[in-house]
Design a protein around this ligand. Structure first.
Ligand code: NAD
Length: 497
């Protein structure tokens, strides 16, 4: 049965004005799973108008924080009530093993709404600034206005929920644009928002390829802020569109993150976590640790264990609970990964496992690719410098901390780094030398609603989550009040004739 979902514009579930529809593909078997509406400029204009009106004239930015909290809690509950269907959609549409969707993506999505519901009052509290003058100043975080949320296909629901929960908790109205490869969970969430009865126009969900509507959406003067997660290339385009009308931007872009495995680490834990850090979600993670740097003393042992286990990863139907790796998102993405693998070999790197499409006939219609490990890497190689966004690990050895730092930092991205050592002081000291926005010590991929996340350099700017991420969705107003005796400040004397 084909699934049917509609867009949400101004409180109505609807088709696009043009009546155009797009096919949504299951990457595990290439079959069409859904027909979804496609927005064009007219729909974008309606969604922007609705969000603008809901912000400028509607109740959402002004309702009591207690009521806003209740709405967010209701959304969180609705996600959990529909958890099984959401997990199936993510698995069917993004090829994620069902274990990942069920235990990671969906509960975390609900939890983010819950967290910001419980903390919005605390985060939105104004504060007094102590002044030396006879005056007082107060700082008030206010919502920014109409916020466009553009999300990628690798964590379709989770990243949408991060952005929605923060933007709504802060009092903004929103237009969510999922990736047109994976629109199903966002469209379903739109339907849930409508059922919950959020004031109309507060949440709008539209679907279209960024290339079709991006310029119109992102340069529009009705938009106050764009929160984007996706590739560096699309981020650059969006920044240039947004420069037409000044707006606040958050750019969460790509990565080419490094793990630094020190000789004194717990080697088994480091191997297992490193497998997870590059092969989870088929390596389609912005924080994928695609460069694994191992101290010379343990390099051979680490390499042996890592490759042995990489070879045993179970590829298969993402709905099978035993499956550890599903398909890549599309044939285009697989072509990109294959071309990097070929380029790696051409440049002289050696493939120790994978590097090809699996032979299993059961997988022949999906976009599968084997977990791949390269060694004999030179730092300037493309596979070591560019984001592949697939299950391709580069193993490299280092002999000194300074060499590890040099290797890790010599890259145009700066999203994350994972350091493995039993000497926590040494690891913390090393973390200070790494040019990346998130450093994990003896762990990988821990995201917390309480703590900000975001990259440096080519990985973008701005934070998501935590107080700092939440405040990105607000603007700070400074109210200053003179307290001079007799109510006459110095400024009123200057022209007192
Ligand atoms: P993408 O940049 O192709 O697309 C992301 C979103 O942007 C989609 O909704 C797409 O339709 C839209 N888009 C594309 N071009 C646009 C344009 N010109 N104008 C407006 N919108 C446009 O990325 P993707 O292939 O969906 O996702 C993979 C990328 O996302 C990787 O580079 C990955 O590292 C990055 N990513 C980053 C983070 C992070 O937190 N830093 C998280 C997840 C993914």
């Amino acid at each position: 049965m084909k699934l049917e979902y509609q867009m949400l514009i101004d409180g109505n579930l609807c088709e696009g004005r043009s009546g155009r529809r797009d096919k949504v593909i299951n990457p595990a078997n290439g079959q069409v799973i859904a027909q979804v509406p496609l927005a064009d400029k007219e729909d974008v204009e309606l969604a922007l108008g609705a969000a603008r009106c809901a912000f400028d004239k509607g109740e959402w930015p002004k309702i009591s924080l207690a009521k806003r909290k209740d709405y967010l809690l209701e959304i969180s509950k609705a996600i959990l009530d529909n958890a099984a269907e959401f997990a199936q959609l993510e698995t069917q549409n993004a090829g994620k093993p069902i274990k990942e969707s069920t235990f990671m993506d969906i509960p975390s999505s609900a939890k983010t709404f819950e967290y910001f519901a419980h903390n919005l009052k605390r985060y939105l509290k104004g504060r007094k600034v102590e002044l030396e003058s006879c005056a007082e100043s107060f700082l008030y975080p206010e919502p920014r206005g109409v916020v466009v949320l553009i999300v990628p296909w690798n964590y379709p629901l989770l990243i949408a929920c991060w952005k929605m929960a923060q933007a709504l908790a802060a009092g903004n109205t929103i237009i969510l644009k999922p990736s047109s490869s994976t629109p199903l969970s966002a469209l379903k969430l739109g339907a849930i928002m409508q059922k919950i009865g959020l004031p109309k126009g507060v949440v709008n969900v539209i679907n279209a390829p960024g290339i079709e509507i991006g310029s119109y959406l992102c340069s529009n003067s009705k938009v106050d802020m764009i929160s984007f997660t996706g590739s560096k290339e699309a981020g650059e385009q969006i920044m240039s569109f947004a420069s037409k009308n000044i707006k606040k931007l958050i750019m969460e872009l790509g990565g080419k993150s490094a793990s630094i495995i020190l000789a004194d680490c717990d080697i088994e834990a480091a191997v297992n976590a490193s497998l997870c850090s590059i092969f989870l979600n088929q390596g389609q993670m912005c924080t994928a640790m695609s460069r694994i740097l191992v101290e010379k003393k343990i390099y051979e042992e680490f390499r042996k264990q890592f490759v042995e286990k990489a070879k045993r990863i179970k590829l298969g139907d993402p709905f099978n609970p035993e499956t550890q790796m599903g398909p890549l998102i599309s044939s285009g993405q697989r072509e990109k990964v294959i071309s990097y693998a070929k380029e790696g070999e051409r440049e002289g790197a050696e493939v120790l496992c994978g590097g090809k499409i699996p032979k299993d006939p059961k997988l022949k219609n999906g976009f599968f690719f084997e977990p791949t490990v390269f060694v004999n890497i030179k730092p300037e190689m493309k596979i070591f410098q560019e984001e592949i966004f697939g299950p391709v690990a580069c193993l490299s050895e280092f002999s000194s901390i300074s060499q590890a730092v040099e290797l890790a930092n010599n890259n145009s991205f700066g999203l994350a780094c994972s350091i493995w050592s039993q000497d926590l002081e040494k690891a913390k000291k090393l973390s200070m030398q790494i040019n990346a926005g998130v450093i994990w010590i003896n762990t990988y991929g821990s995201f917390y609603n309480e703590a900000p996340y975001g990259g440096f350099k080519g990985s973008g700017f701005g934070k998501e989550l935590g107080r700092e991420g939440f405040l990105e969705y607000t603007r700070l107003k400074h109210v200053n009040c003179d307290l001079s005796e007799g109510g006459k400040p110095l400024v009123s004397q200057w022209y007192a004739f």
